[in-house]
Design a protein around this ligand. Structure first.
Ligand code: FES
Ligand SMILES: [Fe+2]
Length: 383
């Protein structure tokens, strides 16, 4: 790895083994997980161009705003009957306009009091005569699917519908529009964001890392179309509670036959996972802070009908316990893996048949970051 660090990190020859068929392929070079230069390239080519998850629509107050941190910068989601997304930076001298969430009829900058309407237009700039039309908030593309909000910082990127391919059909039967987020947990993980992404896309580790909790899991790979990927952990019982425990809540009523047979663990490239069980879903959203440090948010959702049950407060504890246990175990192993990858003796490794989704994730990263003749698979490639 050390010679590579002084070499051109982005030369295609370093990535030829990642490009091999899965049974012959190796993982990404170690510097992809530890190098500032590689993260800079990911910011330029991935996070500034991709559609990214930004929370649930029901969390944005009607007639109000919610400030959200994304891997492409801080944004404000505003709901005045229409959903808007703006860069959370004042057009005067850049102060953020708001933190947290709240009801507001206008957005007033805390630094010098410039005031913006909820549609982002400048209402007043005290003591200054400037052209208001030229000083509205910077608008960001935003869309909603099934109650999930997505934003995109690039005008060139295809629309979300094209971006997400068959994701929305494949997950349609869960009817996530009828879900409600009931809990969020935030973690700072001392690991590269891609290790978190890879971890949740293979069940090879579950018998070892989660041997005393989740146990061994059988999985299959899904063939997907669009900028997402999935495996399905098989089993008619929800994996959102620990194995052997009673499953307190019923499955979502409209589940397809395929969805009844197991839990979809999906990656919405680049940095979100939706784990879709029969009775609940949870998301992992990870935002790189540095190459070796990632902000991880876990959001937990149930069908609204489940949240209204008299026994919800009591019975949901089994789900929270399972989620917290699994996340703590995964975070710990990702941190340990990051330390191992930082060794000067680390070299890319081979992948098992149960890690084909890791191979696909690695290839998606190479598609975006390395100029090795696959530009047609880029985020902003014309469709
Ligand atoms: S920075 Fe916002 S009003 Fe000055
Ligand atoms: Fe895990």
């Amino acid at each position: 790895m050390m010679t590579g660090m002084h070499d051109d990190l982005f030369h295609p020859r370093h990535y030829r083994d990642v490009r091999r068929p899965p049974e012959e392929a190796s993982t990404l070079p170690g510097w992809c997980y530890v190098s500032d230069a590689f993260l800079r390239r990911e910011r330029e080519r991935i996070f500034s161009r991709a559609w990214q998850f930004a929370g649930r629509l029901e969390e944005i107050p009607r007639g109000g705003y919610r400030a959200v941190e994304t891997a492409g910068g801080p944004i404000l989601l505003v709901h005045d009957g229409t959903l808007h997304a703006f860069a959370n930076t004042c057009r005067h001298r850049g102060a953020p306009l708001a933190a947290g969430c709240g009801i507001a009829s206008r957005l007033v900058c805390p630094l010098h009091g410039w005031s913006y309407r909820l549609d982002g237009s400048l209402e007043s700039a005290p003591g200054m005569s400037i052209d208001h039309a030229d000083h509205g908030l910077h608008r960001i593309r935003a869309t909603v699917w099934a109650g999930f909000v997505f934003v995109c910082f690039s005008r060139q990127t295809v629309c979300f519908r094209t971006w997400s391919g068959d994701l929305t059909q494949r997950l349609a039967s869960h009817d996530f529009a009828e879900f409600r987020v009931v809990r969020r947990r935030r973690y700072t993980v001392r690991a590269n964001w891609k290790l978190i992404a890879e971890n949740a896309m293979e069940a090879y580790h579950t018998g070892t890392v989660h041997g005393d909790s989740l146990g061994t899991q059988a999985s299959r790979d899904l063939v997907t179309r669009g900028h997402w990927d999935a495996i399905q952990v098989l089993g008619e019982a929800s994996v959102a509670v620990l194995p052997g425990q009673p499953v307190p809540f019923p499955p979502a009523p409209s589940l397809s036959e395929e969805a009844q047979t197991g839990t979809f663990f999906t990656t919405l490239h680049p940095n979100t996972q939706f784990a879709c069980a029969q009775d609940s879903m949870w998301w992992l959203h990870y935002r790189p802070l540095t190459p070796g440090l990632t902000h991880l948010e876990v959001g937990q959702c149930f069908p609204e009908s489940t949240t209204r049950r008299d026994d919800f407060a009591q019975e949901s504890k089994a789900y929270f316990h399972r989620w917290d246990t699994g996340i703590d175990e995964d975070n710990a192993i990702c941190e340990a893996q990051q330390a191992g990858i930082s060794s000067p003796f680390h070299r890319p490794g081979r992948l098992s048949v149960r890690e084909q989704a890791v191979h696909r994730l690695n290839n998606w990263i190479v598609d975006q970051t390395i100029d090795d003749g696959h530009a047609w698979r880029r985020i902003d490639a014309p469709r």
